[in-house]
Design a protein around this ligand. Structure first.
Ligand code: FES
Ligand code: FES
Length: 158
């Protein structure tokens, strides 16, 4: 089928099997390699992206469901390349990653959380973000999300 969608602000069109995971389209057709393949079973969150503003594990999301939708990947998290998204800034400030493999998925989940809840508690973060990091960076991820919430709130009040 022909799939028309917008990825990181760019209207795009691809020929794809309707049942192909959206992750393959993002990585192999759109050549955006920041979104990762981990488990392939919607368990780990490494493949997380936003589809029409919803958080989606793209390894288990058939491309046909993305028809006409707007996709945001880690590469498009900040609309302005000269201005980091609060999540990106907080990740840098806290120096979150270890090997880095899981991090784009966590960042997309964290950005989505802040859209839904601008002032999450530590408990909110632990409950809503169920991604897996095999390097054990979870404590720094929680710290970074708490910081990002503050940075975001400063952005809106300045
Ligand atoms: S690769 Fe999609 S959830 Fe693990
Ligand atoms: S930083 Fe290595 S898996 Fe998370």
């Amino acid at each position: 089928m022909k799939v028309n969608l917008t990825i990181n602000g760019v209207a795009s069109s691809f020929e794809a099997d309707p049942d192909m995971p959206l992750l393959w389209l993002i990585r192999d057709e759109a050549k955006l390699k920041g979104t990762k393949f981990g488990c392939g079973m919607a368990q780990c969150g490494a493949c997380s992206a936003h589809v029409d503003g919803e958080l989606v594990r793209t390894c288990s999301y058939p491309v046909q469901l993305a028809q006409g939708k707007t996709i945001t990947t880690i590469e498009g998290l900040s609309a302005n390349p000269n201005h980091l998204h609060p999540i990106q800034q907080a990740w840098l400030d806290v120096q979150v990653p270890q090997c880095g493999y899981c991090q784009s998925g966590f960042m997309m989940a964290a950005a989505h959380l802040l859209e839904e809840n601008s002032n999450p508690t530590e408990e909110d973060i632990k409950t809503s973000i169920t991604n897996i990091c095999r390097c054990g960076t979870h404590p720094r991820i929680v710290e970074a999300i708490l910081l990002a919430a503050k940075l975001k709130s400063n952005e809106t009040t300045n």
